[in-house]
Design a protein around this ligand. Sequence first.
Ligand code: FAD
Length: 420
Amino acid sequence: MTARPLAVVGASAAGLAAAETARRSGWTGPLTLIGDEPHLPYDRPPLSKQLLHGTWESERLLLRTADQLAPLDLDLRLGTRATALDAATRTLTLDDGARLACAGIVVATGVTARTLPGADALDGVLTLRTLDDAVALRARLAGAGHRLAVVGNGVLGCEAAAVARELGHEVTLIGRDAFPMARAVGPEVGMLLAEEHRTRGVHLLTGDVADFLTGPVPGTTGGVRLTDGTEVPADTVLLAIGSDPAVDWLRGEPALDTTDGLRCDAYCAAAPGIYAAGDVARWDHPLHGVPLRFEHRMNATEQGMAAARNLLAELAAETAPGPDTPERRPFAPVPYFWSDQYGIKLQAYGLTADADRTETTVLDRAARSAVALYGRDGAATGVLAAGLPPRQVRALRAVVATPQPWEEARARARAVLAPA
Ligand SMILES: Cc1cc2nc3c(=O)[nH]c(=O)nc-3n(C[C@H](O)[C@H](O)[C@H](O)COP(=O)(O)OP(=O)(O)OC[C@H]3O[C@@H](n4cnc5c(N)ncnc54)[C@H](O)[C@@H]3O)c2cc1C
């Protein structure tokens, strides 16, 4: 009888980390990595930065070359989509008709970009999630004097707007929130970002898109119309309006909760032998006490590693329990994300969204250098640093590594900022 494989669904940051960790942790059986994109695993953050800018080519985004993947001895199935999962038998169905009865499964299918009704029918309305999306957007921004409307002023929309402006295009950034990235970082930091985008020549608009304008050539976009009637003429419209967890393929399995991602416990387990990692996983963070799901690059790698380790520990306990069987460990990272816009680097640790209390210290308005502390229910839960040296950023991370009483964290953050 052939040994059952360990299968990872989703061949990107989280999936690759899970596969590599499984091998490193001693999985010697068959290891299958399934991804519906045709590309080897690649890194997404540069899509809205270096790749869009033209400073990096696609090859530089690869997380591993084919040669680097070879020692993993993967059964690599690219361009293949998982269409169903039977949790009781741990069996995957793939879109080529294959059925794969597995020893264990890591789900790392990420998220898909949201779109708007009518977008598919028009040439020039794009989203930005995949390498192919980024290459298509970059091709449209080649040459000069293009008009770009970016719908959505979250992190992705802001980064794309910044790059398009740096390339010399006319850019309008449209968001529901009054300030860029306000939902993630609060209004004060959002205001600083708004100032920078305005200074650089981006038109900022607050509003909701009602429909698309049509361009001079039938079937092409001519921009967008907002619900208040404002028309924003554009040759290209980028929809950066958020994303949805890629869980549609799991919906037929009643044992799995797919409400806003694949629901997991503190060990990243969704069901016996089935784990999840990365943007798709909503798990119980042991320190924050609420189910969380992050769309952050570092979390994808860290959670991919944790999910694979815990899955192997579970399999070891199932097949050969004993004193040396590794223990599963709760996944308790300090959440981290960054964003690059123009020359500004924003770095955030802990929880910054949904704060009921924020204190922002602007250190240098012109340089957009600032620190913000975020809190909830009397505890400091997150911190953001813009334009700060790495030493101070590291010290601020330590302040929120675990939720702290607000006043204590505030005093510690101030001490980090005090002149030496
Ligand atoms: C343009 C862009 C810029 C970003 N910039 C930053 C940044 O500056 N900082 C930061 O912290 N984070 C950033 N992120 C977020 C970061 O890239 C993600 O958090 C990370 O890629 C998540 O990795 P993942 O492996 O969980 O999911 P993904 O990278 O989404 O990979 C999931 C993979 O699974 C595939 N898949 C989906 N369904 C199936 C199926 N049924 N069968 C087979 N395969 C399937 C998908 O096609 C995809 O290839 C950015 C994201 C984007 C798109």
